[in-house]
Structure formats: structure tokens, C-alpha cells
Design a binder for this molecule. Sequence first.
Ligand SMILES: Nc1ncnc2c1ncn2[C@@H]1O[C@H](COP(=O)(O)OP(=O)(O)OP(=O)(O)O)[C@@H](O)[C@H]1O
Ligand SMILES: [Mg+2]
Length: 358
Amino acid sequence: MAAVQQAATALEAVELVKTYRTGRNKSPVTALRGLSFAAARGTVFGLLGPNGAGKSTTVKILSTLAAADSGTARVAGLDVAAHPERVRRAIGLVAQKPGTDPMATATENLLLAGRLHGMPRRDARARAGELVRRFGLADAADRLVRTYSGGMARKLDIALGLMHRPQVLFLDEPTTGLDPQARTELWHEITRLAGEERMTVLLTTHYLDEADHLADRLAIVDHGTVVATGTPEELKSGLRGDAVHIELAEADGRAQAVLQRVPELREITVDGRTARGRTDDGARALPPVLAALEEAGVAVTSATLARPSLDDVYLRHTGHSIGATGAAGATGATGAEGSKGLDASQGLGASQGLEATK
Ligand SMILES: Nc1ncnc2c1ncn2[C@@H]1O[C@H](COP(=O)(O)OP(=O)(O)OP(=O)(O)O)[C@@H](O)[C@H]1O
Ligand SMILES: [Mg+2]
């Protein structure tokens, strides 16, 4: 039974804690505070969170580049602390920062990666050819990487991670900085890897649409811990009713109190010029909301209603909007209620043996 579970759960992090020392007389930075999740084999698992949430730190621990202070992690059934060499053979890592040599060609970069993984020369040549074709780089394969566009370089980064046919692929923000077309192409390839090749992909992203589109399951990470986990649909359906989104003409300290007096509206957060809330029936709630703001002299530039999005899920669990936070800003207001229903431990149990497909 244990063996079956091991095979089905390709990635597992349990209560990971990691603190970075930042020098003498400086206070250490706690990057992870008990982060847990599990991902089934052949699925795309997304870690979604703002700058500084702890996504790259998690990837570094799972890929053996950093050691956790406490907690355990298993990759392809192997404990990362006990078997780092075997874990390294089972994984491909595409780090947040490029890993290619700009003064070499794509083919040279790929062959070097093959050699580092101990691949026989002929096998490496064949695999390099296959990968440049698959990523649309065949025509540019013998050009220096220095001359590549951002999208081409990122594709090559991913091809490098795939050279030795890993079981598990880590993609740390694979599409940041890419244009929409390059992003769509990469999305397609990531979906194909999990679907056709049964690869397990751990993807980190700040993009809600990316997590929504790609991830079979995802964990929302904030301040080094998982605040919600589930499929994108589960997370969205955990929210009742419509989201109300109001843009104010200018930031106004009175908005929060005014909106709190409108009985139709709940879960109100005001962040600069943006006010958000939830309501059972958006069409009924909007007139009293606008009337209350007008009566108080708070000028509104736009008001919209929307079905729950992952952004709303994010806001609900973290108290701040993902777009509005930077590394330091992540300490923002916590207006939202605690997570309900979909917490980390539940997600962990639910994904044991799960073979989710989109
Ligand atoms: N080597 C390091 N030394 C000190 N602090 C670090 C180090 N690496 C990360 N941190 C800190 O740990 C926290 C988590 O960083 P991490 O890189 O894991 O976040 P992230 O979610 O990947 O963010 P981003 O979206 O910006 O890539 C941050 O506060 C960061 O400043
Ligand atoms: Mg990062």
C-alpha cells in the first residue's frame, strides 16, 4: 500500500521551515514557516504567491539546492535530505534566473547539460535535436544564445531542464517577462509534458491566469505558508456570490466605513483606490453601494461585478490582492477571514493517489 501511495505522490512537502541568516547583527529572514503540500504524479501543481512568499525557497529545498531547517520533503518517492544524488537524477530544474551560457549555441548548451547528466554522446545529440525541434528552436540551434529573444532563451532554459528525461520538472516562474504568444506556447508545452509524458510539474507563478489555466491543483502561498489549496475550480467555488469591484476617484479613508454600512456587502477590503467586497446578488447590491458612497461624498470612477476569480480566492485567504503586493508590501492589511474548508492538510490528504486530469 505504501509503495502504491509513493508512486502516486510525486512531490510532498511536510511542514517545511527555512530561515536565512543575513549577516551579523541583522535579523534573519524566515522564508518558510511550515509549508506543506503534495502533488500527484503526472499533474501540474502550481505554487501561487506574491514576491517573497517563499516559492523559490520551496523549489530550492525540493531540488536539493537548499536544506530545510525542519520538515521533510520527498520527490519521486525519495527523501531529499537522505538521497540528494538520486533526487537530482530524477528531476529537471528550470530556475527563476537563466541557466544558459550566452556565449554558446543552443546545441552546445544542451550537449553540455547531457554530459553533466552522464548521457552517452549519441543519445545526447539525438535528444538535443529532438528538443530544439519541439521548442521551435531548430533554425536557431547553432546561433549564440546571446542573440536570442527573451522567449527563445526561456524555451532553451526549459529544454535544458528536460535533457535527461526527468520524472519531475521544477519550473520557477517560467513565463515571467514573456510576450503573450510565447507564454501561450509554453503553456501548451507544459500541459503536454504532464499529459503525454506523465511528467510531474511543479510550477511557481505570480500570475493567477497562469495558475488557473495550467495547474491541476494549486497552493496559494503567503508569508511562507500555504493558505489555501485545491483545484482552481474548488478554490473558486468556495466563494459564494459575486465580487464587487469599485475604483474610487482617489484613495479615501472613509470608504471602508461607508461600505461596511451597506448590508448587502460583505468581506470588504479597501486598498488605495480599489475597494472590493462580495455579495449574494450583485445586481441588487450595486445601487445601494453606489448610493452610500455618493451620499458620503466618496467619488467613484467605476464599479464592476464579476464571478469569483482566483484573484478573489487569493484576496480572501491573504487579505491582499496579488497584484498589489511586493516583497515588503506582503505585510498589508488582513481584512479577510481565515481560510475555510480548503486548508493545506486537507489538500495533502486529498491528493494522495489522485490522478487529476484537466
Ligand atoms: N539567500 C537568501 N538570503 C536571505 N534571504 C533570502 C534568501 N533567499 C530568499 N530570501 C528571503 O526569503 C523570502 C522568500 O524568498 P523566495 O525567493 O523564496 O520568494 P519567492 O516567492 O520566490 O519570491 P519571487 O516571486 O520574488 O521570486 C524573501 O523574504 C527573501 O527576501
Ligand atoms: Mg522566486
